[in-house]
Design a binder for this molecule. Sequence first.
Ligand SMILES: [Zn+2]
Length: 510
Amino acid sequence: MRFAFARICQESNCLSPVPTTLADFESAHYLAGPALLAAASPGGREVPGYFRNAELSGFAAAARAAAVEPVPILSAWASSGGKLTADCFATLEARLVEGLGAAGPLDGVFLALHGAMGVDGVRDPETRLLAAARAAARGAPVVTTHDLHGNLTQARVDAADAIVAYGTNPHRDHARVGRRAGDILIGMARGELRPTSAWRSLPMILGGGKTIDFLPPVRPLFRRMRQLERRHQVLAASTFMVHPWNDDPGLGWSTVVVTDGDPAAADRLADELAELCWSMRHQQPPHFKSPAEAIAEARTARLRRRLGVVTMADASDVVTAGAPGDSTHLLRALIEEGAGLLAYAAVRDPVAIDHLWSRAPGDPVALEVGGRLDPDSSPPLAVSGQLVSRHDRPGFGRTAVLAVGDVRLVVTEGPAMVMRPSFYSGVGLSPWKADIVMVKNFFPFLLFFLPMNRKTIFVRTRGATDFDAAFRLDFDGPVHPRDEIDDWRPRDRLRRQRDGGADHQDRAGA
Ligand SMILES: [Zn+2]
C-alpha cells in the first residue's frame, strides 16, 4: 500500500500588516520528493534548525512499522507572520495537488497542517487543502495533524477522516502525533479501524491561565486526554486552545475526539472535555508589566543580574506568534530609562539595514529604526550611537549591531525569532554579560535561556500580540472573555450545523 505525506504549515496573525509570501516559505523550510523522504527518515533532519523529528518523521515511522510505502510530496513551513497572500496559497495548493496527482495510486494522504493559517481572501484555507488533497487522491482517506492553537470548523471536521492535535504546550510531541495520525490512516485504509469524530466549539478565545500543559489549571485537562487515549477505542483526544489572532467569526476553543467506530462515545467524550475547558474560562493570562515597571524591577534585581541575566519578553510584539518584530516601545524605554543597565534588544528594519550596510564598524550613526512595518502599533524611533558589527545570517538576513548608550541593538533585515541565546551570541553579544535581554517570544525562550536566566519579566506595550487585540475582530456573537456568556451550548450547536458558516463564507470571499 502507498500513502502520500505533505506539510503546509504556518501560524498567521491577521493583525500583522506584513503578508507572508512564497519567499518566506522557500527561505525558511521547503523540501519535496526524495530529499523530503530522506529528511523524514531515521538519521535525517526533518526541519533543519528547528526539528530533527516532527510530524512527518512520526508518520514515516508508522509507515515503516506497517511495512507500507511512504510517498513524499512536499513540506513547506514558514515562521509566524501576517496572512498568506492569495498567490502564495494558490501556488502551495497547486503544488500539493500536482504532487498528489503525479504520485500514482494512493491508499491515503497524511497532511501536517498548523490549523491557524490565514489567507488573504480565503476563509478556512486548511479545509480547502484537505478537500483538495482528497480530490487529488481520488477520494482516498485523509488524516491531518494540527497545532493545538488551531481553530476548528464543522467543514474542517468533515474534510478529514481524523484530526490529531499536539498534546503538549509548549509543543514537544510533534513526532508522537505524526505517528498516531499515521497509525489511524493506515489502519483505516486496511479496514482495521473505522475512525469516527465528534467535536465541540466554545465561544471562548482566552482562558486556562498560562495554558502550560504540566501546570495548573490546564494540567487535569491534558492528563484526561492522555488517559482517554490509553483506552482501546479512543484513537485520539484533542483540545484546541486557539491562536487568538485569527480572523474567523467562529474563533474559539474546541475539542475533538476520534473513536474506533463508536460515535456515541466520541460525542460524550468531546462534550466532557469541552465542559472541562469551560470550567477554566475565568483563569486569564497573567498581567504583564509596563516597560517602566519592568526596568525598575530589573534594576533592583542586582544579585540576579550579577549571576545571570533578566529576560524581558516583549509580549506585544511576539515574532513567534506572528508580530512583525519592529516595535519601538520597549526599546525606547530601555534607551531612555535604562541607563547603567547593559541591555540587548532587537528590532526588524530592512530600511535601516540598507542605510547601515554602507557604513563601517566604528562609524558613528544616527538614524530612525523600527515602526515601519507596523506603524499603527509604534512609531519609528530616532537613535544615535556607533555601528559595532555587521553580519549576514541565515534566517535573519543582513544584521547590524549598534551601541546606543547602554543598549546593544540588533537590527535585522528579515523576521527575527528572538527566543534563543544564539540570536545574540551569534553576533558577539554574550547573554551572560548583559543585565537585560529582550526576547520576542512567549514560552520556549524559558527553556533556551534556562542556564543564564535569573528573572523573567513579561512587558506589555501595544502591538499585534496583545491578548485582547483580537477583541475588535468580527465574531458570530459574544465571545468570552470580552463578553459575558452564561451557556456555551447554544453557540456550539450553531457552529456545528453544517450550513452554519455559509453567510460568512460569502462575506469573506467577496
Ligand atoms: Zn501552538
